[in-house]
Design a binder for this molecule. Structure first.
Ligand code: SF4
Ligand code: SF4
Length: 433
């Protein structure tokens, strides 16, 4: 039987109704010096140095950009050690021992509304570049590059769909801090000289629509911002789907949305823009979902960037199961990366950690049911790509356009034979370079 599905069980009820817990004073933070985009770095501090909150302690080097590295506490520099990154790789991290004083560095200061009104696009681009802001929904793409576009933008879209199961930190962020989200959007609109914006949320009945509509009406009557309810299907939060359903614009694969007069930012990134422009502050804290059926008390937590996930597990009262019987997933369960350890650090782009009972599914042979083909949002043929990977036939992988896969995980989710189809498509993408 064909199992066509764009619906996945969402499990958000585990955390959605709970107020965000604050855990902002770990004894140490561990700041990633490398990440998925930046392989090398230089440090401007050494062990024993004192640093302030928000101070630059080094620089990461990417292929075509550089990222200043900031301290997220005030305290003393410790040593460099290897820790797991959300990509599943071990990378260098520098410890900063918290002095619990939260002494802000002199580079952190407030701008008045009048000062902000005078900022140009170039000024704002320089600020978010210096503050090292990146896509906080997980993409990690440098925000200054997007904000610096010279394309004519007609509409800004804030993506608040958060379609991955289990995740609800963006939801809580909007519910608890709608003014910061909308002010961040306002600054983005100013930078891009745009007079129209959309905040895209899911269509399910939740308070976000009411909250945002009220805040826009009462606090931002001058802004032309619509709150758009989109569908509940997965992956509705995929940017291409958001633009299609919110604006009716279909962006062809490989094309930049900016060419079509539209640009999208995640909710947390909008708040990052607010902090950078208003307070000249880098991302030192983030909303984060700690959840899963193997954790005792799932929570949304506001954490200091650099906090050890092990500490957050303890905050949630630990695991229900023995550590050897669980699976730790960084990011959402559909697109995230599972790790062999919980020795992971929360980075700027870590949206969630999901701890699941490690149920081993026995793969059965493919029954050619076609479910993966009918469900693929990128209109690919995952089963055929899988077969090409097994034969190591790169020409067929290319012909089947495996490179268009967005790694949404749906093909594996719907597979009646419990085959990890997405893993095969990922392998095809790697083989195709
Ligand atoms: S092939 Fe890629 S895009 Fe298509 S369903 Fe599988 S993971 Fe999603
Ligand atoms: S890979 Fe799975 S979903 Fe796809 S055709 Fe085979 S059995 Fe069906």
């Amino acid at each position: 039987m064909i199992k066509k599905s764009r619906k996945v069980r969402d499990y958000k009820a585990l955390t959605k109704a709970l107020p965000t817990l604050r855990y902002l004073n770990p004894s140490s933070v561990f700041i990633h010096l490398q990440n998925g985009r930046c392989k090398t770095y230089d440090l401007s501090v050494k062990e024993g140095d004192h640093v302030d909150l928000g101070e630059v302690i080094g620089i990461r080097h990417g292929g075509f950009f550089e990222q200043p590295v900031h301290s997220t506490v005030s305290g003393t520099i410790g040593s460099v050690s290897k820790k797991f990154h959300r990509t599943g790789r071990k990378v260098d991290c520098i410890e900063i021992i918290n002095d619990f004083k939260d002494t802000y560095h002199e580079s952190v200061f407030d701008r008045t509304d009048e000062e902000i009104k005078k900022l140009t696009q170039d000024d704002m681009v320089d600020i978010v570049r210096e503050k090292s802001l990146v896509g906080l929904g997980g993409s990690g793409f440098p925000t200054y590059i997007k904000l610096g576009t010279k394309e004519k933008i007609n509409v800004v879209v804030i993506n608040a769909v958060e379609c991955e199961p289990y995740l609800s930190s963006d939801y809580r962020l909007i519910l608890e801090h709608p003014g910061r989200v909308v002010t961040g959007l306002k600054y983005i609109m100013q930078a891009l000289n745009v007079d129209k914006a959309i905040i895209a949320i899911k269509s399910e009945k939740d308070p976000l629509f009411e909250v945002l509509t009220q805040v826009l009406k009462v606090r931002f009557p001058e802004l032309n911002v619509e709150v758009a309810k989109l569908g509940n299907h997965y992956p509705q939060g995929w940017e291409i789907e958001v633009f299609k359903w919110a604006l009716g614009i279909e962006i062809p694969f490989g094309e930049l949305p900016m060419k079509y007069g539209v640009i999208g930012f995640n909710v947390s990134t909008a708040v990052g823009v607010f902090d950078a422009i208003k307070h000249n502050l880098p991302v030192t804290k983030r909303h984060f979902t700690m959840t899963g059926d193997a954790i005792k008390f799932p929570q949304n937590i506001r954490v200091r960037v650099g906090t050890s996930v092990k500490e957050l597990v303890a905050l949630c009262d630990g695991y229900k199961e023995d550590l050897s019987e669980i699976l730790v997933v960084m990011g959402g369960p559909m697109m995230g990366v599972s790790t062999v350890s919980d020795d992971v650090i929360v980075s700027k782009t870590t949206t969630s950690v999901i701890v699941l009972k490690n149920v081993e599914y026995k793969e059965e042979p493919c029954v050619r049911c076609g479910s993966c083909v009918y469900s693929c949002p990128a209109h690919l043929e995952p089963v055929q790509i899988m077969n090409a990977v097994k034969r190591n036939d790169k020409d067929v992988m290319k012909g089947l356009e495996a490179y268009k896969c967005i790694e949404c995980g749906l093909c594996a989710y719907v597979c009646t034979s419990k085959i990890h189809v997405t893993d095969y498509v990922r392998k095809a993408k790697i083989k195709l370079g």
